[in-house]
Write a protein that binds this ligand. Structure first.
Ligand SMILES: Nc1ncnc2c1ncn2[C@@H]1O[C@H](COP(=O)(O)OP(=O)(O)OP(=O)(O)O)[C@@H](O)[C@H]1O
Ligand SMILES: Cc1ncc(CO)c(N)n1
Length: 270
């Protein structure tokens, strides 16, 4: 069985972060492992508290994974402080981790800031150069480039700049400003659009975490970058189209849609 690792924060409500990543990896048929960077007290309406791991503890978590069950792909999500980012960069380099997907998480769907301002520079300088793929949304791409993105052409130019600067593939996720579900993959000097059908579902808590974990799962299984993104887009459409409606705010998606079997059907009837 292929194995994937998520290095991210815990979302107590289970819609984003580590919990979304593990659900996604499992539904995509890979063995999921997790290195927790922070605990968040969070639900569908917002984040009320964050407790970071210490760099020393994070370092031990990473050693435990890499010296035993070596992952075929690694997804990195919320890492809010520069000391933690440095440990991750050092360990991924030391163990020569492969198939690294970095989701530069900055702000939660609910609006809460999930990275300290000075950590963005460390993320760019130390972690991005190790990545095979970066998955910023439009506001994050604007922060990374200093450009304003108002059109599809702006997205292409911004993705090109990020891809060339960090020598990796970039998936710039539309949707936030352009009101569609079209994402742009810039890889090796050329680009391709992945057109998603926008699903009329206000419950989008954790879409970014889910997409990057689905891509990492597919890379772990040996698919190409393009095929991994394609399959991940199908997965997110399915999870949104299942129309789960939980909580008082922007709720989580239904990861069960892909793994419906006699156990889940039985549970639903209870
Ligand atoms: N309503 C929707 N219908 C279809 N696809 C969507 C919808 N909303 C988001 N997506 C897709 O979900 C994926 C994640 O995108 P999004 O831009 O929401 O990430 P994000 O902003 O990083 O997420 P998060 O808010 O969890 O941090 C993208 O492929 C995007 O196109
Ligand atoms: C822990 C965590 N990671 C990422 C996100 C981004 O949606 C979130 N809301 N919470």
């Amino acid at each position: 069985m292929k194995k994937a690792l998520t290095i991210a924060g815990s979302d107590s409500s289970g819609g984003a972060g580590i919990q979304a990543d593990i659900k996604t990896m499992m539904a995509n048929g890979v063995y999921a492992m997790s290195v927790v960077t922070a605990l968040t007290a969070q639900n569908t309406t917002g984040v009320s508290a964050i407790l970071n791991a210490t760099p020393e503890f994070l370092s031990q978590e990473l050693d435990s994974i890499f010296t035993d069950i070596f992952p075929d792909a690694v997804k990195i999500g919320m890492v809010s402080e520069s000391g933690l980012i440095r440990v991750i960069a050092e360990k991924l380099g030391q163990y020569k981790a492969a198939n690294i997907v970095v989701d530069p998480v900055m702000v939660a769907t609910s609006g809460a800031r999930l990275i300290s301002e000075n950590a963005v520079e460390v993320l760019k300088n130390e972690l991005f150069p190790l990545a095979d793929l970066l998955t910023p949304n439009i506001p994050e791409t604007e922060v990374l480039t200093g450009m304003q993105i108002k059109s599809a052409e702006d997205m292409i130019e911004a993705a090109r700049r990020v891809s060339e600067k960090y020598n990796c593939a970039v998936l710039c996720k539309g949707g936030h400003k352009l009101n569609d579900a079209n994402d742009l993959l810039y890889e090796n000097g050329s680009y391709r659009w992945f057109e998603g059908k926008r699903i009329d579902n206000p419950n989008t808590h954790g879409t970014g975490c889910t997409l990057s974990s689905a891509i990492a799962s597919n890379l772990a299984k040996g698919f190409s970058m393009e095929e991994s993104v394609n399959r991940a887009k199908d997965y997110i459409s399915g999870a949104l189209a299942a129309m789960l409606d939980l909580g008082r705010g922007s709720g989580p998606m239904d990861h069960g849609f892909a793994i419906k079997n006699s156990y889940t059907e039985e549970a639903e009837n209870l």
